[in-house]
Write a protein that binds this ligand. Structure first.
Ligand code: GLN
Length: 284
């Protein structure tokens, strides 16, 4: 019979040997998921013995994590802006930097405003859903090139009861235009922005498990900023806003692309690590 504490200690050692960052936290979060409790609750039940079934499942999940599979794919969920979302390997795992983008959009828009919003690159639906929940009069179109991603995003929107105000559409922004879409008040995107060159330097968790097409443009990293800025320029109402998440050191390049495409009052917001992360501007 093995207890909660013993199994956490053993798993921590294993993950540490495998080179996983924060092994103890990972070991605790994986066990909390299996026991269906909060991580801190484990501390109140250190002496609780694990059942045969729990041990087997825990061993399996720890092994997957030791193989660098992201924790979020193993437990199948993530929290984004206070909302629990389902994730699987067909969608990018939502990041805290993207929460920052949503918070900044919400700071700039009165809650009761009726907004028509376009979100390019739905992924799990995180951005569209968080905006729909917090802007109750808004209507959102959210596009993604991946059919599997559209399915996950739809399921998440149903779970949070905003599916009637979000239309998820399979659409390739690089290949297709936006002529069949309405005029928008706001466009937002966290596009695949990692350059081909930097992609090879990313962690195994990302390279081996997250969808490549959600992470890199396999070029200079600016492909989507150029295409989106040019295409949405014609689809934004006067004074309509465009918000982008960018990678470290891309802000200058993206500001330039936006200026060339009729955007003014361009602003840059830094993330928690003081890195330029969100760029926004107004269509003149
Ligand atoms: N909108 C999703 C996110 O921000 C997906 C973005 C993407 O696939 N590049 O996490």
């Amino acid at each position: 019979m093995i207890t909660v504490l013993e199994s956490i200690n053993l798993s921590t050692l294993y993950l540490n040997q495998k080179g996983i960052e924060s092994p103890r936290t990972n070991a605790e979060l994986l066990l909390a998921d299996i026991l269906n409790c909060k991580r801190l609750d484990l501390y109140l039940s250190f002496e609780r013995p694990l059942s045969e079934e729990e041990v087997q499942k825990y061993r399996e999940h720890i092994k997957r994590r030791g193989n660098f599979e992201p924790l979020q794919y193993i437990i199948g969920k993530v929290e984004f802006c206070g909302l629990e979302l389902k994730v699987n390997p067909s969608v990018l795992i939502p990041r805290p930097e993207t929460e920052l983008m949503v918070e900044n959009i919400l700071n700039q828009i009165p809650k009761e405003q009726k907004m028509i919003i376009l979100d390019i690159g739905s992924g799990s639906g995180n951005i569209a859903i968080a905006l729909a929940v917090n802007l109750p009069l808004s209507k959102i179109v959210s596009t993604d090139v991946s059919e599997e991603a559209v399915l996950v995003a739809k399921e998440n929107s149903e779970r949070h009861k905003v599916s009637e105000r979000i239309k998820f559409v399979k659409h390739n922004i690089l290949k297709n235009d936006l002529s069949s879409f309405p005029m928008f008040d706001l466009v937002v995107s966290n596009p695949p922005y990692v350059s081909k060159e930097s992609y090879s330097t990313l962690q195994k968790e990302i390279k081996n498990f997250e969808p490549t097409i959600a992470v890199t443009d396999e070029s200079d990293g600016y492909t989507f900023y150029r295409e989106i800025s040019a295409k949405v320029s014609a689809k934004l109402k006067e004074n309509g806003k465009l918000f982008f998440e960018v990678a470290q050191e891309q802000s200058e390049g993206v500001v330039e692309i936006m200026s060339k495409n009729n955007f003014r009052n361009i602003g840059v917001i830094k993330d928690y690590q003081e890195i330029d992360r969100i760029i926004f501007g107004e269509r003149i």
